[in-house]
Ligand binder design. Structure first.
Ligand SMILES: [Fe+2]
Ligand SMILES: [Fe+2]
Length: 309
């Protein structure tokens, strides 16, 4: 039976209208000034609301939100994002991993990330924190956090060693399911400039190569793109969506998100990707094509793929 999920990213939804520049430390100040100058015109709440309306009718096992919900990671922004998440859906159906903007400054968790705790939580009975595993039927969603405080003007990320070890174990545990790894930064080297890159992309890619996965989803670049990584059970598509709230004013893509449908086929997993984008009149979302990828897997219960290994 087919199962469905969706991904949106980089909503940058918070409104800094009530914030004064004098309240902000240097790292946040730069982000705030960028918001005043450009970002508040590029990232629009009405666009995000139109996306939420478009997605509301879809029957999804999970909606993945891959980071950068805020601009500067202030407690007030975490509160705004918490309210938005609650409107988007219940916490067992919406899964969040943070982005670099959410972690600009290390703030007290009780005023920041604790507010999103339910939306970052793994299945009941599992230890809280990342990587975070949620299993829904044949689907295994594994969230990684690449967000960490960085020096001014840096937007880089890193996945720490403890997460990498736990990721390997979770990928092994869920082998045979359709494993979806979701993370803010791309684990493919060279996708982003040094200033914005995942510092240890090679280490993340090495774990994926050694333990396998069926799909990797990320955001951060505010552009749609597709890459591929090798995996022990077969190649792994790596898919990025643009910002969910973008008007496309400064060269980035206009807002879009993806819906995914997965089912087992004779030759392996069948993954259908349906692209949804903001209409040219910016009044709603529309279909922007779809494609079906067949992912042969060396290890798939119930299937004799005939491939050794
Ligand atoms: Fe972003
Ligand atoms: Fe980002």
């Amino acid at each position: 039976m087919a199962q469905q999920f969706a991904q949106l990213s980089d909503p940058h939804l918070s409104d800094l209208g009530g914030v004064k520049a004098s309240q902000l430390l240097s790292k946040r100040l730069l982000s705030y000034l960028s918001w005043r100058r450009k970002r508040r015109f590029e990232h629009r709440r009405e666009v995000l609301d139109a996306l939420a309306e478009d997605i509301a009718g879809a029957e999804l096992d999970q909606l993945l939100v891959t980071g950068d919900l805020t601009h500067t990671g202030l407690p007030e922004e975490f509160r705004q994002a918490q309210q938005w998440l609650q409107q988007l859906g219940p916490a067992d159906r919406v899964a969040v991993t943070p982005g670099n903007h959410d972690a600009l400054v290390r703030d007290e968790p009780r005023h920041t990330f604790d507010l999103w705790r339910d939306y970052m939580a793994p299945d009941p009975g599992r230890e809280a924190g990342f990587p975070s595993l949620r299993q829904r039927g044949e689907l295994a969603f594994i969230g990684l956090s690449s967000a960490l405080p960085t020096p001014p003007l840096m937007a880089s990320g890193r996945v720490d060693a403890a997460q990498l070890n736990a990721l390997a174990a979770l990928l092994d545990e869920t082998r045979g399911k359709f494993r979806v790894v979701y993370i803010h930064h791309s684990p493919v080297q060279g996708v982003e400039k040094w200033r914005k890159a995942l510092r240890n992309a090679d280490a993340v890619a090495a774990v994926l190569a050694a333990h396998g996965a069926e799909l990797v989803l990320h955001g951060h670049g505010h552009r749609a793109r597709r890459d591929q990584l090798p995996g022990r059970d077969g190649d792994i598509p790596v898919v990025a969506v643009p910002s969910a709230s973008a008007m496309g004013l400064y060269g980035a893509d206009m807002a879009a998100y993806n819906r995914y449908r997965v089912e087992r086929g004779d030759k392996g997993w069948q993954l259908n990707v349906a692209y949804r984008r903001l209409r040219a009149d910016r009044q709603g979302f529309e279909a922007a094509g779809d494609e079906t990828l067949v992912l042969p897997r060396r290890h798939q219960p119930g299937l004799d793929s005939g491939v050794a290994g």
